[in-house]
Design a protein. Structure first.
Length: 264
């Protein structure tokens, strides 16, 4: 394993930066390539076949080009749909991102848990299996809040999300039977923690939030334990979309240590 072999973080957009922030705390010396499939955004509105084809195709080409030591699919939608397929075709360790049902079940006092994700994530059988395994005695209220993805992307560009837009995106969850005793919300999209202050304001002080970023970072650190890391140049942020649009995010990406912006 080359000491400069990168960790590749992949997402449909900027949501995976929430994972990168946690990873930096554990492995600040690790070289990173952050890859955003902005040309395919949003994944949550696509069919399972479309997501699987894009993710497998892109990661195959990226793995061939960059020879990463590990790939993290820092996207709940892509992971719940394509994780198994990617692991079958690539020989590099793959870490996925799945809704944090287990920690939410341990945290809730009322037994009522909200799950906010994209429409595609919310309908996956993977979520059913997580519920059966870790929260069979709890009540899960699921809601597809795909509009939050665009609001998170806009916030990172310096556009504050209107409170009314946040409230509209979560209204379907709060309207469900049992929502009055909701005390824990799983942020089942890596974009959503970027909106944590706005979501906390909208839900009120009685609701706590759980996401998987910290656990994913710990998993990556475990799988790369004992590795030598050498950063030979600035960490890269790569987009499948237009470079000009990506460069608008340069100040925000720089805060995550991503100094070099490129297209793929």
């Amino acid at each position: 394993m080359r000491s400069d072999a990168p960790i590749l973080l992949f997402d449909s957009g900027v949501g995976g930066l929430t994972v990168l922030a946690e990873l930096r705390k554990l492995l600040p010396q690790a070289p990173v390539i952050y890859a955003a499939d902005n040309a395919g955004l949003p994944y949550g509105a696509k069919s399972e076949a479309e997501v699987a084809a894009r993710v497998c195709g892109l990661l195959g080409r990226m793995a061939e080009r960059w020879q990463p030591r590990l790939i993290c699919i820092a996207c709940n939608t892509a992971s719940t749909i394509a994780l198994a397929m990617v692991r079958e075709v690539l020989e590099v360790p793959i870490v996925g991102t799945v809704p944090a049902i287990k920690p939410a079940a341990a945290l809730t006092c009322t037994g009522v848990i909200g799950v906010l994700g994209t429409e595609a994530t919310i309908r996956q059988g993977y979520l059913d299996r997580l519920e059966a395994r870790f929260a069979a005695d709890k009540r899960l209220l699921r809601h597809g809040a795909g509009d939050l993805v665009a609001l998170a992307e806009a916030k990172l560009r310096g556009e504050p999300p209107p409170p009314a837009a946040i409230e509209a995106a979560i209204a379907g969850l709060l309207a469900q039977h049992g929502a009055k005793t909701l005390d824990t919300v799983v942020l089942a999209c890596t974009h959503f923690p970027l909106l944590l202050p706005e979501l906390a304001q909208a839900f009120g002080p009685s609701v706590r939030f759980v996401d998987g970023a910290e656990g994913i970072a710990r998993r990556i650190a475990h799988l790369t334990e004992g590795h030598d890391f050498e950063r030979t140049g600035p960490d890269r942020a790569v987009t499948t979309g237009p470079l000009a649009a990506w460069q608008m995010l340069a100040p925000a990406l720089s805060r995550y240590g991503l100094k070099r912006l490129e297209t793929f």
